[in-house]
Write a protein of this length. Structure first.
Length: 115
């Protein structure tokens, strides 16, 4: 399964995202984030998709355009442990408009779970 993860400036949230990336078996990993998120590193390779900080509709359209052709399957694992509500809504809306299905994903004490 392909993983899509949102990275933003939320304090302490990058560790959750890194855990999902590093402990899961992913066909591909796409990180969506702003300029600040370029500092994110991981043990696994990923593709970074940079987004601006415009309004929610502009952000959704930008994500949609930048993700077209990158998602190969019909469903993605999605982690939104990082970020804020408008970023979450823009990303979810863009994925659904590709269209792909979403399986929310998190790291718990029991490992990777699909919610």
């Amino acid at each position: 399964m392909e993983l899509v993860a949102l990275i933003s400036s939320g304090k302490g949230t990058w560790g959750q995202v890194a855990g999902v990336i590093n402990r899961g078996e992913w066909d591909s990993i796409t990180i969506v984030g702003n300029d600040f998120a370029k500092k994110f590193t991981s043990q696994k390779d990923f593709e970074f998709v940079e987004i601006g900080s415009g309004g929610i509709i502009d952000m959704k359209n930008e994500i949609l355009e930048k993700l077209k052709g990158k998602i190969k399957g019909t469903e993605v694992a999605l982690t939104i442990a990082s970020g804020e509500g408008r970023e979450h809504m823009a990303l979810i809306s863009a994925l659904l408009n590709l269209p792909v299905g979403i399986r929310f994903t998190a790291l718990t004490k029991d490992g990777i779970v699909f919610l």
